[in-house]
Design a protein. Structure first.
Length: 669
RNA sequence: GCGCCCGUAGCUCAGCUGGAUAGAGCAUUUGGCUUCGAACCAAAGGGUCGGAGGUUCGAAUCCUUCCGGGCGCACCA
């Protein structure tokens, strides 16, 4: 509702500016005054115009106020000039509250297919907390975009890229074959055994991957030979149709399945899993290469250190330097095809992204169902595939949730698209970048790792799959559930154990998802169990608890949220809202009405943290209200009805906000 | 050396495309459960917004420069 009022107000101001001064502003700032006593909205537009109109800001503001007052937009009670020239807007509290109660709000959405890629864990080890941040960011963003009961939304596809033929998978295959002496049949047997004994294959690989990484360099005499084994294994995976590739496929598919299970525990689902193996075998690169050559982005280097390679001008380098005005080779160019004819990672990524935008002529994946969720299936790429199948490429906009260390490669892909003339695609390519999750030295010690004196002094230490150094996602979740379960057990011994576990899980997921979302994307998270396991203060459970409290009120009052909200339609709430006491109620309504605004902001800035903050603030506001007014004991019937409606609106919007964060509200806790 | 990011209260972080008196959580101190559940609320202390210039009516926010820290800069993925 707040957004609706903002929009109509801005439209009026623009109309006035045009009519009175013949001015059109591309952007009009709206803020909220520092205190509600000054009003609900503030426009600093008079400052902006002061120079252009050669007038004092206050004089301009006075003129604008007069124009606005002659015909106030709906819901606006008064306009006044304040400070050095602010235009402060006061809303009609009662009518606005009624509109909020009837759930009027601006819509969000539009045409076009948007592709969100997130998670993309190498299928060679267990997911860790860094992967959790990625997946939670991506999933939350996807929820903000997707159509739902609250908004029209956008058509969205969620995909999780699987690098099943890369070095990381090759490494565990080397481990299985050369450290564990596994063959294809015995690998198959191992998988069955692990499954039957309820062991996690991804955990098994976690240790094996760390072991094999050390093994490569453990014996100085063997370094060259072992490096060769690694390369041969990688080559076998890329070629396919051999036992080594079959082992890789078995293991990576089993690990992938585990990743999907882990993510499902925290309410994350996918639509499609494109795999690198299909990008190779379906020859996406060949089509991309032809296109890049045709567009002149890719060229054969004939001199210098990159002689014999196909290269591309690196992102960010000035165009003047690169053009062939000088006979000197561009030494800084990015190699796309090596002198031995094989394609690099960035080359494959360019092909893949051409496909995402539907720009790769004659190429598409085969598709088959891979994993069933309660209300939809997740598809995976294959060479042949089933028909019919959904369409996943041909996106109008894409969001790649990839950590900031991949900044340069991502920019190279964008530069390639732009260089090929696909400016639309390049403009709608968002690298949804975020900083890593590291461990505090204290946390590392707590986990039993020995750390150097140098690391001890740092504020955080980077995790490393190669060293087996990190916190596994499932382990963290298990610990969170255990801690939440202990609380629920003592608070609610009367509830059935199964239900207590369900509630504990909801709380654990709430704590985890909120923890990952409360930091803005470019903040490095220094992970510590003490903070992550907290259920108090600025946490997910704090918001969940506020919702539970509200729900308890309706249970005891023997009414519902919907009834309470409709009950105020015919009541005289003006007299209450316009008192000093009513101001705190009004502030709760005002904040509750900002949900749409926040969602729009999060989408525009690709920053879900704002919504997490909002959910917390709303819960704080509600808790304050809860303590100030004892709702069920209220004797004045009008006041009681308004109190109930206030609790209802807070509950409704908190529940919605948490929903977008992927957090459920437990019935009790 | 080049590129990107960060530096705000004791600690961890917000600060909405520049706006009115810089805010939260944790920690510390104090007060509040016979009430709709205290996973809560209220209050207090705590700030040269890394330093210095500049732009502006106005700067934590934009520009320049310096200091400190992180991450990238492969014919690896």
């Amino acid at each position: 509702m707040y957004r609706t009022i903002q929009q109509s107000l801005l439209a009026r101001i623009q109309a006035i500016l045009l009519a009175k001064y013949d001015i059109t502003l591309a952007y009009l700032a709206v803020e909220q005054p520092p205190t509600i006593a000054l009003g609900e909205l503030a426009l600093p537009v008079a400052f902006e115009l002061a120079k252009r109109l050669r007038k004092a800001p206050r004089a301009i503001a006075t003129e604008l106020a007069a124009e606005l007052s002659s015909q106030l937009p709906e819901g606006v009670a008064s306009v006044e000039v304040a400070g050095a020239g602010y235009l402060n807007i006061r809303l009609d509290r009662a009518s606005t509250v009624r509109r909020i109660a009837s759930d009027q709000h601006a819509d969000i959405g539009g045409p076009g297919f948007r592709l969100v890629e997130h998670t993309s864990i190498n299928p060679n080890k267990a997911a860790h907390i860094g992967h959790l941040r990625n997946a939670i960011l991506g999933d939350t963003f996807q929820r903000l975009l997707r159509p739902d009961a609250y908004k029209r939304g956008y058509d969205v596809g969620v995909q999780n890229y699987i690098d099943n033929t890369g070095v990381q998978v090759a490494d565990v295959v080397v481990g299985l074959v050369h450290l564990e002496a596994k063959t294809l049949p015995s690998t198959r047997q191992l998988l069955t055994e692990l499954l039957e004994t309820n062991q996690r294959i991804d955990f098994y690989c976690w240790d094996l991957y760390a072991r094999v990484s050390q093994w490569y360099t453990a014996d100085p005499d063997q370094v060259a030979a072992r490096k060769q084994i690694r390369l041969d294994t990688l080559h076998a995976l890329e070629t396919g149709n051999n036992d080594t590739a079959a082992i890789a496929d078995l293991v990576s598919t089993a690990v992938l399945r585990r990743h999907l299970e882990t993510m499902q525990r925290i309410n994350i689902e996918y639509d499609f899993l494109p795999r690198e193996s299909e990008i190779l075998t379906l020859h996406f690169w060949d089509a991309a290469r032809a296109l890049m050559l045709e567009k002149g982005v890719l060229y054969l280097e004939t001199a210098g250190k990159n002689k014999g390679c196909y290269v591309m001008r690196r992102a960010g380098t000035a165009e003047e330097i690169a053009v062939e005005d000088s006979s000197l080779p561009d030494e800084d160019a990015k190699v796309i095809v090596r002198s031995n004819g094989t394609v690099t990672y960035v080359g494959k990524d360019i092909a893949y992204h051409l496909w995402k935008f539907g720009l790769l002529p004659g190429k598409d994946f085969g598709y088959e169902k891979f994993y069933e969720y309660p209300d939809h299936a997740c598809w995976i790429s294959t060479t042949h595939g089933e028909t019919p199948h959904p369409t996943f490429g041909k996106a109008d906009a894409i969001y790649n949730v990839i950590d900031s260390r991949q900044n340069d490669p991502q920019n190279n892909v964008i530069a390639a698209l732009r260089g090929m003339g696909y400016t639309e695609a390049a403009d709608h390519y968002t690298h949804f970048s975020y900083e890593m999750v590291a461990l505090t030295p204290r946390c590392a010690v707590e986990l039993g790792y020995t750390i150097s004196d140098e690391d001890q002094k740092k504020s955080f230490i980077e995790v490393s799959g190669r060293k087996g150094f990190g916190v596994k996602a499932d382990d963290l979740l298990d610990r969170l559930i255990l801690a939440a379960k202990a609380e629920v057990d003592t608070r609610h011994p009367e509830i059935e154990p199964d239900e207590r576990l369900t509630i504990a899980t909801q709380i654990a997921v709430g704590a985890l998802r909120y923890f990952m979302l409360r930091f803005t994307r470019n903040t490095v998270i220094a992970f510590d169990f003490k903070d992550a396991l907290s259920f108090e203060g600025e946490t997910g459970p704090y918001v969940q608890y506020a919702i539970v409290r509200a729900a308890n009120i309706f249970r005891k009052a023997n009414t519902t949220e919907v009834e309470s909200l409709s009950a105020i339609a015919t009541l005289d709430i003006e007299s209450i809202l316009n008192t000093e006491d009513g101001t705190s109620l009004w502030e709760t309504w005002l904040l509750a009405s900002k949900l749409t605004l926040l969602i729009e902001q999060c989408i525009a800035t690709a920053e879900p943290a704002h919504l997490a903050k909002y959910a917390f603030q709303l819960a704080q506001q509600f808790n304050n209200f809860y303590h100030r007014h004892h709702i069920l004991n209220e004797t004045d019937p009008t006041r009681k009805t308004l109190f109930l409606a206030t609790a209802a609106i807070a509950q409704r919007q908190m529940t919605r906000a948490l929903g977008y964060l992927g957090i459920e509200a437990p019935p009790v806790m």
